[in-house]
Design a protein. Structure first.
Length: 135
């Protein structure tokens, strides 16, 4: 019974954290995918979700129609072209692994130097605003 109580508390904690991530994703085409983000690391989930929210934009006419059409929540490019993923989950997983590999200590948007070409202040501010939605 003690183990069952512990597991219920753990599930409850994950649900509350996923709700925070979902606040960041609200209004995007990947709204409600909070669990996908925490699956690949809670420490960076909110930051990664905020990057995706910024890259995708809000609603059907958001910032990056190409990224939405290619299931590419992170707006990731290879060879100057947007990468195409089969599913949103594939795109979320790829972005998580990329950030872990290239920026393992990143916890703030300004730590992601080079994620967005030139890492402009407008991108950093937009991602930071998204992260603040999780508070």
């Amino acid at each position: 019974e003690h183990e069952l109580t512990r597991l219920r508390l753990e599930v409850s904690r994950h649900e509350r954290f996923a709700d925070k991530v979902n606040e960041v994703l609200r209004g995007t085409v990947i709204a409600g995918c909070g669990f996908e983000f925490i699956k690949y690391g809670e420490e960076t989930a909110i930051m990664r979700a905020a990057v995706c929210a910024w890259e995708l934009g809000v609603g059907a006419t958001g910032r990056n129609a190409g990224a939405r059409a290619k299931h590419n929540p992170g707006g990731l490019m290879r060879g100057g072209k947007l990468i195409t993923f089969a599913t949103w989950e594939d795109g979320i997983r790829f972005q998580a692994h990329l950030i872990e590999r290239l920026w393992p200590k990143a916890r703030r948007p300004e730590d992601l130097k080079g994620y967005c070409k030139g890492t402009p202040q407008s991108w950093i501010d937009g991602v930071r605003q998204g992260m603040e939605l999780a508070r």
